[in-house]
Design a protein around this ligand. Structure first.
Ligand code: PHE
Length: 354
């Protein structure tokens, strides 16, 4: 290692550590100027890089002495560049804020919060009550075959319900849009052995003329309990508990004889009017009662269709319309409002209302 070489390096170092590079970095007025100053001071062709390369020609002792000084100089330049960059960026932010004329002391706008659709809220709450009574939740396909939607439910081929007037059939296929969620009960019984308690919530379809109280799409929560020795009294107790939980503890229930192919005996279930508590008002058409669900004891033919022995097992089933319950509880006079999804309508229904 020649002393000349070392003296050269010392000279370069002395030049670099003066104001030659520090000045332009500290006084750069734009990011572009700063970048140019950085390349001058630290770039591949800079004196500093040459100095770093030259270190390898020094003796070990010289390196020990000289290298840390050069490294420190490099670190100092880098820090200077970053400091100036931060200053320039802060100044640019400040300038753009000024030009936007923003008042940062104003409170922020609350972001619009989504919420569950009132029908979904109603359905969930109904399902939750049955959940407390030990029912599990089952779902099935919206497109069904005739066996699950009709045959296994003891609805014979020439029954009026199968009419094109009531049912949407798929073109050129033996399939249809389910007209109730009872097929989910059939599917459940096909896959599990009794005893069982299940609710089948979901969307159903009927070929109806749409008006304030009818829709071609609506929602049901149907239910099924099967065990040994289940009686009509169990059905009454279950539904009474459910309706009191849903509409309030003073709610009375009334069961009137009815007909469904898949239950025998069958009943239509009424709740005392939630608006007039039974004294008579326009909502209950002055009867004091509101028809709320269909129910009955599972017909032996339904059990036979799923290979349950009707001599051993008995059970009850019920079906309740979600949309009607939502209309009653939320005071919505027209079913169509639930399906138009006008935000001005939907925004009124906070979860806390239900
Ligand atoms: N499946 C019936 C319907 O859609 C409702 C129902 C279920 C009635 C169970 C009685 C028993 O109308």
């Amino acid at each position: 290692m020649s002393p000349v070489k070392r003296a050269d390096l010392e000279a370069v170092y002395a030049r670099l550590s003066g104001p030659l590079f520090r000045g332009p970095i500290a006084s750069a007025r734009t990011v572009e100027e700063l970048e140019a100053a950085r390349v001058e001071a630290l770039g591949r062709k800079s004196g500093l890089t040459e100095l770093l390369k030259g270190l390898k020609d020094l003796s070990l002792d010289e390196k020990r002495e000289f290298a840390p000084k050069v490294q420190a100089l490099k670190a100092e330049f880098e820090a200077l560049v970053e400091k100036r960059r931060a200053e320039l960026e802060a100044a640019a932010d400040e300038a753009s804020l000024q030009s936007l004329d923003l008042d940062l002391s104003l409170p922020a706008l609350a972001p619009a919060r989504g919420r569950r659709h009132p029908l979904a809220q109603t359905l969930d709450e109904m399902a939750a009550i049955f959940g407390l009574m030990g029912y599990s939740w089952a779902e099935g396909p919206l497109v069904e075959d005739e066996r699950h939607n009709f045959e296994a439910l003891n609805i014979p081929e020439h029954h009026a319900a199968r009419d094109l007037q009531d049912t949407f059939y798929l073109q050129d296929m033996p399939l249809l849009l389910r007209t109730h969620t009872s097929p989910v009960q059939i599917r459940t019984m096909e896959s599990v052995r009794p005893p069982l308690r299940v609710i089948c919530p979901g969307r159903v379809f009927r070929h109806e003329a749409v008006d304030a109280t009818h829709s071609a799409v609506f929602h049901q929560v149907e239910g099924l309990a099967v065990d040994k020795g289940i009686t009509f009294a169990d059905l009454k107790g279950t539904l009474q508990t459910f309706l009191q939980r849903l509409f309030g503890p003073k709610t009375k229930t009334r069961f009137l004889p009815s007909y469904y192919p898949f239950t025998e005996p069958s009943a239509d279930v009424y709740a005392s009017c939630i608006f007039c508590s039974g004294s008579g008002c326009p909502i209950c058409k002055r009867t004091g009662w509101i028809e709320i669900m269909g129910a009955g004891m599972v017909h032996p033919n339904v059990f036979k269709a799923v290979d349950y022995d009707p001599e051993v097992w008995s059970g009850f089933a019920f079906g309740i319309g979600v949309d009607r319950v939502a209309m009653l509880r939320l005071g919505v006079p027209d079913l169509r409002l639930f399906y138009e999804n006008d935000l001005r309508f939907l925004k009124q229904f906070d979860e806390s209302l239900l």
